[in-house]
Design a protein around this ligand. Structure first.
Ligand code: AMP
Ligand code: MG
Length: 403
C-alpha cells in the first residue's frame, strides 16, 4: 500500500492535459493564465503627479524663493501645460501628466494659497518630490503576469490596464461528481429508516468551487451493470469523474472492478492513511477518475488533500502555499499510517496558528466537520504528537483564497 507522499507524487505525474481557451476579461476572474502578459507602455506611462498641490521649478526653490504666483491648473486627463516664467507655479492634480517646465510638486498640505500666491511652508523640499516618474514601476515590454498566474483582484487590474480585452486561460475541466450507494436518497426525499440522504456530492462540489470548477452531480445505485453503463456514459462526457463510495471491501463495492473493465487504468488503490484508506485513482489517456471513500470525513479529506492539488496542477497553477500549525494538545495515534486529525485553527497575536483537535466519532461524523477548518497531517513515523509540535495542515477551502 502506498504512503501518502508516494500516492501524491504518483497523482502529480498524471496531471490532466487541459487545453486553453480565450475568455473575455470580464469572465477571467479566478482563471489561470496560459500566456504571459506584458506591459504595453511604461508603468507609469508618463511622469505622473503623485499628490494634489503646486508644481514648481526646483531651481527657484533652491535659490530661496518660497512664494509663487499661481498661473493655472493642470488636471488629470489633460494634455500637459507649460510653466514658462520663473517664480510662478501651476496647481497640479494627482494623476495629471507633469507640466512641461515643472520638476517638483509640493502638496497642498505644505502650501498656503492666498490671493493667487502660493507660499511653501516646509524646508525639506527636494527636486522631484511627489512625482511618480515614467517607467519607475515597469518598462514597456516587461512581463507583468507570467503564465500560470491565478487571476485575482490585482491581476485583473494589471490585465485591464494593459488593454487585454481577452485572455488565454486554461479551459476548466468538465467534472462529474457521482455518489454511489443503495442506501442513499435525494435531498428532497424522506429517507426510509434504513436510508440516508446523499450529501457527499454537495461537499465535494463546494470544495471544487474554490477553483472555479462547477461540477455536475449524479447518483448511481450499487448495481454492477448499471454502474458500468452510467460510468461509461459520464466518462464520455467529462474530463474528470469523482465517485464517492463503493471503493472499500464491501460486497457492494463494485467501483474499482467496473472502472478497470471500462479501460481506466488503476494507478493505485488504498493509501496508508486514516481516514480515507480506500482511495482509488486511475487514468485514461486524457481523463482522470478518483474513487473517494464514501464516509463523509474521508471524502472531504481526500478531496482537499488529493483532488484539489491535482486539479490545481492540471490547471497550470503552482501548489498552494504550505500551511503549518502548532498542535494545541498532545495526541497519541499508534497505527503506522498517516493520521489526518480534524482541527479548528486559531490565530494568536504572536503570529502562531494553533490547531485545536476536534473530538469526533471517526470518519462518519460529518456533523462535527462544520467545526473543523481542516486536517492536521500527523506523520506515520510517529505515534506521540506533543502539544506545541508543528505539523502541516490542509485547510478545507472557504477560509483561505485559492492563491
Ligand atoms: P462506502 O464507501 O460506499 O462503503 O460508504 C461508506 C459510508 O459512507 C456508508 O455509511 C455510506 O452510507 C456513506 N456514504 C456513502 N456515500 C455517501 C454520500 N454520498 N453521502 C453521505 N454518505 C455517504
Ligand atoms: Mg457504498
Amino acid at each position: 500500500m502506498l504512503s501518502v507522499s508516494d500516492a501524491f507524487t504518483l497523482m502529480q505525474q498524471h496531471v490532466l492535459p487541459l487545453p486553453t481557451e480565450i475568455v473575455p476579461i470580464h469572465n477571467a476572474t479566478g482563471r489561470v493564465l496560459r500566456e504571459a502578459i506584458n506591459a504595453d507602455r511604461d508603468f507609469p506611462p508618463f511622469d505622473r503627479v503623485a499628490m494634489d498641490g503646486i508644481g514648481i521649478q526646483f531651481a527657484d526653490y533652491s535659490a530661496g524663493q518660497r512664494t509663487f504666483m499661481v498661473v493655472g491648473t493642470q488636471r488629470a486627463g489633460e494634455p500637459p501645460q507649460t510653466l514658462r516664467e520663473p517664480t510662478t507655479c501651476l496647481e497640479v492634480m494627482t494623476g495629471a501628466m507633469l507640466p512641461i517646465g515643472v520638476d517638483t510638486v509640493v502638496r497642498y498640505e505644505d502650501v498656503t494659497i492666498t490671493d493667487g500666491q502660493a507660499t511653501i511652508t516646509i524646508d525639506d523640499v527636494e527636486k522631484g518630490l511627489n512625482i511618480h516618474a515614467q517607467a519607475t514601476d515597469r518598462h514597456a515590454g516587461e512581463e507583468l503576469l507570467p503564465t500560470g498566474t491565478w487571476m485575482g483582484p490585482s491581476e485583473m487590474a494589471v490585465a485591464a490596464s494593459v488593454g487585454q480585452t481577452e485572455l488565454v486561460v486554461t479551459a476548466l475541466p468538465r467534472v462529474a461528481l457521482i455518489s454511489t450507494g443503495d442506501e442513499l436518497v435525494a435531498v428532497n426525499e424522506i429517507p426510509l429508516p434504513y436510508q440516508i440522504r446523499r450529501s457527499n456530492t454537495y461537499m465535494v462540489q463546494t470544495v471544487l468551487l474554490s477553483l472555479g470548477i462547477n461540477a455536475t452531480m449524479h447518483h448511481i445505485t450499487d448495481d454492477e451493470a448499471v454502474l458500468q453503463t452510467e460510468i461509461q456514459r459520464l466518462l464520455a462526457d467529462n474530463d474528470v469523474l469523482i465517485l464517492s463510495g463503493g471503493v472499500s471491501a464491501g460486497k457492494a463495492d463494485f467501483v474499482p472492478a467496473v472502472l478497470t473493465r471500462l479501460g481506466v487504468q488503476q494507478r493505485f488503490h488504498k493509501i496508508q492513511q486514516k481516514p480515507g484508506k480506500p482511495l482509488w485513482f486511475g487514468t485514461t489517456e486524457n481523463k482522470t477518475v478518483f474513487g473517494l471513500p464514501g464516509n463523509p470525513v474521508s471524502t472531504v479529506l481526500c478531496a482537499c488533500r488529493y483532488v484539489l492539488p491535482y486539479l490545481r496542477a492540471s490547471l497550470g497553477l503552482s501548489p498552494a502555499p504550505v500551511q503549518y500549525a502548532q498542535l494545541a494538545t498532545s495526541i497519541t495515534f499508534k497505527p503506522n499510517v498517516t493520521y489526518f486529525l480534524p482541527v479548528k485553527l486559531t490565530s494568536e497575536t504572536d503570529g502562531r496558528t494553533i490547531a485545536n483537535p476536534l473530538p469526533g466519532s471517526g470518519s462518519a461524523d460529518f456533523a462535527n466537520l462544520t467545526a473543523a477548518d481542516g486536517f492536521m497531517e500527523l506523520p506515520a513515523s510517529q505515534s506521540e504528537f506533543g502539544a506545541g509540535e508543528v505539523f502541516r495542515v490542509w485547510v478545507i477551502p472557504g477560509i483561505e483564497s485559492v492563491r
